[in-house]
Design a protein around this ligand. Structure first.
Ligand code: ADP
Ligand code: MG
Length: 212
């Protein structure tokens, strides 16, 4: 077993089988550095270029922590745009295909409210969406985050650039203090560091320079 094999992580067999069928044999460098900590439940700040496999890193972490038998929101991924949220939700569904009856719901601005409200009434294990729309649902008490275990900020730098700071703060405030927070970003400037310092507990920072 090579050091960067997914089988070193102690993942659920359903996840390992899916990784094998996707021919994800080796972890990418950012995955190899972040996943052991993520699976342990640590807070992690991960900086690496686009296309380096960050989505699978946090998706495997939240799927590993999730108990599908509890039909409550256990993980939430905040993304800067609807396009990105759709991509993330698609990757989570692909990686979760061995876990039966898992429900991933996307909540993005620009989509009609009615169907989102209906979907929320049916419930979900995982929410992926943009901060503004999620803040909106929270303010109307349509989202219960009391059992949230994993909060992911994906492309945190872009979310801040797009002016989502106050919505992000509102969502973070509504999440339980006892949780795992994962922050992914292509860049790590003062603003991202500011939010990380405010919301994370003893995080480990990982930076991968290479293209992979
Ligand atoms: P990022 O979020 O870092 O920009 P992505 O998570 O979108 O990058 O990953 C880029 C591509 O690499 C995706 O198509 C994904 O399916 C693929 N990928 C991720 N991890 C692996 C892996 N371990 N082995 C092979 N392909 C992978
Ligand atoms: Mg990404």
């Amino acid at each position: 077993m090579s050091q960067s094999s997914f089988s070193t992580l102690g993942l659920k067999p359903e996840l390992l089988n899916t990784l094998e069928s996707l021919t994800y044999t080796e972890m990418t460098p950012i995955q190899a550095e972040s996943l052991p900590l993520i699976v342990e439940g640590k807070d992690v700040i991960a900086q690496a270029k686009t296309g380096s496999g960050k989505t699978a890193a946090f998706s495997l972490g939240l799927l590993q922590a999730l108990d599908v038998k509890r039909f409550r929101i256990q993980a939430m991924v905040l993304c800067p745009t609807r396009e990105l949220a759709d991509q993330v939700a698609k990757e989570i569904r692909t990686l979760a295909r061995g876990i039966h009856n898992i429900k991933v719901l996307t909540l993005c601005g620009g989509s009609p409210m009615g169907p989102q409200i209906g979907s929320l009434e049916h419930g979900a294990h995982i929410i992926v969406g943009t901060p503004g729309r999620i803040e909106d649902h929270l303010s109307k008490k349509r989202l219960d985050l009391s059992e949230l275990k994993t909060l992911v900020l994906d492309e945190a730098d872009r979310m801040l650039e797009m002016g989502f700071q106050s919505s992000m703060d509102a969502v973070i405030d509504a999440a339980p203090k006892q949780r795992q927070t994962l922050l992914f970003s292509a860049t790590y400037g003062d603003e991202v560091a500011g939010i990380a310092n405010k919301i994370m507990i003893d995080p480990t920072s990982i930076k991968v320079e290479s293209n992979h």
